[in-house]
Design a protein around this ligand. Structure first.
Ligand SMILES: [Ca+2]
Length: 462
């Protein structure tokens, strides 16, 4: 598993590869099985003056975690494996990191910010299944949140928690696990987890009035300020970080900023300057989009501006407490004296459209939907990274509700090519058209490129 890039103008590598692979570990590091990916970006301005960003790279949580898992499984593993903390936001867009001062100050400035990090299926359950396995949805079988081809397809016997636990880690899940895992009962605890504090309500995305499965026992939280789920979950995460036997693996997944995106009490009235809409917001001319005319519900001026002002504002406010709790968790690790031997990964399971192309939500293969924040606090050196990957949505649950038709797509360096299963095609030249405003799939001048991407997609689909 290779992370690479240029930092401060110098080629660096992140040395978390195993020197010798354990039997069976090899599959984790093969390109086609890694679920989130990267392309190579031109130098762009960094979020932050002192942040040490990768200018020629990107990565994914699954890959990082799979790499750590491989390391943990090898004979050549270091004498003292690192503790691993994953902080996973829910539906946080790539361009919201600038609102998170603690993530920047305590994580990014001691590690790396990946500016080209993507998920390969932009929906909660499939993406989380990929994060825990390093596999595409078409390998995990988890292609949607509920119903057919959802949680029951997930292999509870082989995923990151199981691998790390087998390697001697004490493990904890705090927050949102995979949607609908309660199909196996309300006291169910998947294997591999030493501690379990998972939201058990359906839907899981609750800020108040929710039930938690605490190590097999159901505990209800009500509507008082002290029941606010981001804080309750952070409290459990901090307790584990304080007491767990080393090495430990903490997977901390609050609900923020998923809708309804209720901010913490102290943030409800906070004044915010909302970012300027992107150039593809409320896209004027949709004549290039094969789905135009079908998803009318979202096309109205009122709907698009509701996404822009109301949804965006609420999501950004809800992230404020999330960011404070990141600070508190890092402080807990520092006080215990384990911070420098703990790798901390901050990411999101998918992005979210705020009216770009007149769309809202996720699943779609467009940038705002598939790009995610990814920050890793770690010492070390990245090396080479991949330049393309598949984006896929093979479910149907959202189709009637404003989501896309099922598709398979390839996001390559400078290109997005989308093959919907119903025959629609989209192709964007991202160097000329970074906002995906001109679909050139039927332009003969792009025939060679389209054929190349089709061949590449066929390879990635294996
Ligand atoms: Ca999500």
């Amino acid at each position: 598993m290779l992370l690479s890039g240029v930092r401060d103008g110098v080629e660096v590598e992140w040395d978390i590869r195993p020197r010798k692979r354990a039997p069976g570990a090899g599959e984790l590091s093969q390109d086609a099985r890694v679920s989130a990916s990267a392309d190579v970006s031109a130098n762009r301005r960094s979020y932050h003056r002192v942040v040490r960003t990768l200018s020629v790279s990107a990565a994914a949580v699954a890959a990082v975690l799979a790499a750590l898992a491989v390391t943990a499984r090898t004979d050549a593993a270091p004498a003292r494996p690192p503790n691993v903390v994953v902080i996973l936001a829910d539906d946080e867009r790539f361009d919201t990191l600038n609102r998170m001062a603690n993530v920047r100050r305590l994580l990014a400035s001691h590690g790396f910010t990946f500016r080209n990090a993507f998920v390969t299926t932009s929906e909660c359950c499939p993406s989380r299944a990929s994060i825990l396995t390093g596999q595409y949805s078409h390998h995990t079988g988890v292609v949607q949140n509920f119903g057919n081809a959802s949680y029951p397809e997930f292999d509870e016997r082989s995923n990151l928690a199981v691998w790390l636990h087998a390697a001697g880690y004490e493990t904890a899940l705090v927050g949102k696990y995979l949607n609908d895992y309660t199909v196996y009962g309300h006291h169910h605890i998947p294997r591999g987890w030493s501690r379990w504090f998972a939201i058990d309500s359906r839907p899981e995305e609750k800020y108040y009035d929710y039930t938690v499965n605490e190590n097999g026992k159901l505990v209800h939280f009500g509507t008082k300020a002290s029941d606010y789920s981001t804080d309750v979950l952070a409290g459990k995460a901090k307790r584990f970080a304080k007491q767990a036997r080393e090495p430990f693996f903490l997977y901390f997944a609050p609900i923020t900023p998923h809708l309804p995106a209720i901010p913490a009490p102290q943030d409800i009235a906070t004044k915010l300057v909302l970012p300027k809409p992107r150039a593809n917001f409320d896209e004027r001319d949709l004549s290039d989009k094969p789905w135009r005319g079908i998803y009318r519900r979202i096309f109205s001026f009122v709907a698009v501006h509701f996404l822009d002002r109301e949804i965006e504002g609420r999501q950004l406010r809800s992230l404020r407490e999330h960011d404070r709790q990141v600070g508190a968790l890092v402080e807990t690790l520092r006080q215990r004296g384990v911070l420098d031997r703990t790798v901390i990964v901050f990411a999101s399971d998918n992005g979210f459209l705020w009216g770009e192309h007149r769309l809202g939500g996720k699943i779609w293969p467009y940038e705002e939907s598939i790009r995610v924040p990814l920050v890793v606090r770690v010492r070390g050196h990245p090396t080479a990274w991949r330049r393309d990957f598949e984006v896929e949505y093979l479910g149907t649950s959202m189709y009637e509700d404003g989501g896309p038709a099922p598709f398979r797509a390839v996001r390559a360096h400078g290109w997005l090519y989308v093959a919907y299963l119903n025959g629609w095609r989209e192709l964007y030249d991202l160097r000329r058209d970074p906002f995906e405003l001109r679909n050139v799939a039927s332009d003969p001048r792009y025939g060679v490129e389209r054929a190349r991407l089709e061949r590449r997609l066929a390879v990635l689909m294996r």
